[in-house]
Write a protein that binds this ligand. Structure first.
Ligand code: DGL
Length: 279
């Protein structure tokens, strides 16, 4: 795999080379937005891998091949200085293998925020809302063993919510948003959890609805700030930036050769991105 031998040269990391965000779809956009606000001088690109969407029902091998294909495309087209897997499923299924396959690249993963949840839960009953792949991942089991061994973890997969956010978020009526989260919210209520982890990046779009439906007594946790701070630390470790032109408007790229569905223009506008085409 020739891409694996490209080096992350110091010129590249200090220059205007972009920070690349990847997800199966639009889930990583709120993560990109957080980092963009905190690192306004950097360039960014984003790839929604709609060709392989959704990742949640796929095996770790299939998720790895999909994400590795995206990483190769980005290396060839843009030589990014850093990759952010703004996707829990890709991170728990494929991050270690990606690091071995592309040793010259730097990756930041997104993992379910089990550690902060265990630290703030009082009754030690924690709900985790994620994809099928994430709730069944070995990596997720080991996170629980390491950081939340004294807690009861209620794992709830939400594949319909992923699909809803990707395809209907901008056109859905408020009651449709409540309907799609109802089963998960009811389960968490029945189980008496006091903390819920949003362990799929797509679910951040429905944070206000999930928060309101769970009620004030339940804390809702996501990993956006944790991932964002990790990106800031890594970019600072690259050293001072060489002189570079002002940042460009980040490009939202889509995998798959067909023309973009209408919702991607909405997402691009909402996050002030350029709908840059297919890769
Ligand atoms: N947004 C993704 C995650 O954080 C994956 C959703 C999917 O493609 O199933 O897990």
């Amino acid at each position: 795999m020739p891409a694996a031998i490209l080096t992350n040269s110091s010129d590249k990391v200090r220059s205007g080379a972009p920070i690349a965000f990847l997800d199966s779809g639009v889930g990583g956009l709120p993560y990109l937005q957080w980092v963009r606000v905190h690192l306004p001088e950097e360039n960014f690109i984003y790839l929604a891998d709609r060709e392989h969407f959704p990742y949640g029902p796929k095996s770790p091998d299939k998720v790895f091949s999909a994400v590795a294909g995206c990483v190769e495309k980005f290396i060839t087209a843009f030589a990014p200085k850093l990759f952010v897997l703004a996707c829990n499923t890709a991170s728990v299924s494929a991050l270690e293998r990606l690091r071995r396959t592309f040793p010259a690249q730097t990756f930041v993963g997104t993992v379910p925020a089990v550690k902060p949840a265990a630290e703030c839960s009082k009754n030690k009953r924690i709900g985790v809302l994620a994809t099928n792949a994430t709730v069944h991942a070995h990596y997720f089991d080991s996170l629980i063993e390491t950081f939340a061994s004294g807690c009861t973890i209620i794992r709830v997969p939400g594949p319909d919510i992923v699909n809803f956010v990707e395809k209907k978020f901008f056109t859905a009526a408020p009651e449709e948003k409540l309907r799609v989260i109802a089963a998960a919210v009811n389960r968490f209520r029945e189980e008496g959890v006091d903390t819920v982890v949003l362990a799929c990046t797509h679910f951040l779009y429905l944070y206000p609805e999930i928060h309101a439906e769970l009620g004030g007594g339940v804390r809702l946790i996501d990993s956006r700030e944790g991932v964002g701070r990790r990106v800031i630390n890594i970019v600072s470790s690259f050293g001072p930036r060489a002189q570079a032109p002002a940042p460009r408007i980040p490009g939202l790229y889509l995998s798959g050769g067909w023309s973009p569905e209408p919702q991607y223009a909405f997402f691009a506008e909402y996050f002030s991105l350029e709908l840059a085409g297919t890769l």
